[in-house]
Design a protein around this ligand. Structure first.
Ligand SMILES: Cc1cc2nc3c(=O)[nH]c(=O)nc-3n(C[C@H](O)[C@H](O)[C@H](O)COP(=O)(O)OP(=O)(O)OC[C@H]3O[C@@H](n4cnc5c(N)ncnc54)[C@H](O)[C@@H]3O)c2cc1C
Length: 304
């Protein structure tokens, strides 16, 4: 993980100067503030700022009663009720701003989540660093035979080595050309290409950085999709770290999220009917279930 010296200095300055505040403070998140967690080979995630805590969710929910924060046990019950019944707006009262360094192909998946505010490193303004994501050997896998959007068995031996060599060589060559095109050389009659054009030959595993600010409701939505095993490993590993951070920040809300979203399963009308028939003692098969092949496979994976 490479923070620039300027970023490092900014973090040290921020951590060296605690200030008293009248705002809600979440002790778990205070411990997380500015800590850069390494992700993948050169990536990172760190909390730059946040607003609100578990109490802020309850305070917003109770606005209709005109009451302030009550006992922790009441807060827990209220937060669980809100999560269980999809009363989402109180969760939007909490916000968090992350600094993320991530490969561009991961950023393309991430940016699909439109309910966040983003400011990305400008490769028109600055030169991108010579940093590429090269998968660790335990992530280098063949195409899955059952899942068109997934990986199967690990590549091994000479094939794994060849793939790693190709990834490194291609990235290095592309970056060498990038630098070459950028660099002016008046003696050789070379002006140097504009940064906004020279970047276009860089591979999708080059790292970019952004500030990503989101409210807790939409962050939970992001985590449900991206911390899930269906998500690609390279984005999931960021989501899993963010989930740990959120757990420190709003422990009651995270607990409710883990119970009612992450650990929950939803049932279609057909699935409910099949479960009821099973509970009544009937043996239901794929043919008599009224479900498609894919639905039946997913149903059996979940319910046996
Ligand atoms: C495992 C996985 C595989 C995927 N595969 C593909 C793929 O092959 N191709 C592909 O293109 N994408 C793919 N995606 C991306 C996916 O389709 C969504 O675009 C992405 O997950 C963002 O979800 P979202 O729109 O719910 O999130 P957000 O953009 O954060 O939106 C959150 C919620 O806000 C509401 N919302 C936001 N914007 C609008 C709007 N303009 N109109 C109406 N409602 C809105 C919706 O309720 C939405 O669910 C994949 C995602 C996952 C997790």
């Amino acid at each position: 993980m490479a923070l620039t010296p300027e970023q490092q200095a900014e973090i040290e300055a921020a951590r060296a100067e605690p200030r008293p505040t009248l705002r809600a403070v979440a002790p778990g998140m205070e411990a997380q503030l500015h800590i850069a967690h390494p992700i993948l080979d050169h990536g990172l995630i760190r909390v730059v700022d946040y607003m609100g805590d578990d109490g802020a969710i309850c305070q917003a929910a109770r606005v209709s009663y005109g009451r302030g924060t009550k006992a922790v046990s009441d807060d827990r019950g209220l937060i669980r009720y809100l999560m269980r019944h999809w009363h989402s707006t109180p969760f939007e009262m909490c916000e968090v701003k992350f600094h993320v360094k991530l490969p561009i192909f991961v950023a393309r998946q991430w940016i699909r989540h439109r309910t966040a505010n983003v400011n990305e490193y400008s490769a028109r303004y600055s030169v991108l660093d010579r940093e590429f994501y090269i998968p660790a050997p335990e992530q280098l896998a063949a195409q899955s035979r059952t899942n068109n959007q997934g990986r199967g068995q690990l590549l091994e031996g000479a094939e794994a080595q060849r793939v790693l060599d190709i990834l490194r060589e291609d990235a290095t060559r592309a970056y060498d050309h990038y630098e070459d095109m950028l660099t002016p050389d008046p003696e050789a009659g070379k002006q140097g290409l504009a940064r906004e054009l020279a970047r276009m030959n860089l591979p999708a595993n080059v790292y970019t950085q952004w500030y990503w600010k989101v409210d807790l409701h939409n962050l939970f939505h992001f985590l449900r999709l991206r911390a899930d095993h269906h998500a690609q490993y390279e984005i999931r590993i960021y989501a899993e770290k963010m989930a740990e951070i959120v757990k420190d920040w709003v422990p009651l809300a995270y607990e409710a999220f883990a119970d009612y979203r992450l650990g929950a399963a939803s049932l279609s009308a057909q699935a409910r009917a099949v479960l009821k028939r099973r509970l009544a003692g009937e043996t239901v098969t794929e043919e008599t279930s009224g479900m498609s092949k894919g639905e039946w496979r997913e149903f059996v994976e979940e319910w046996g």
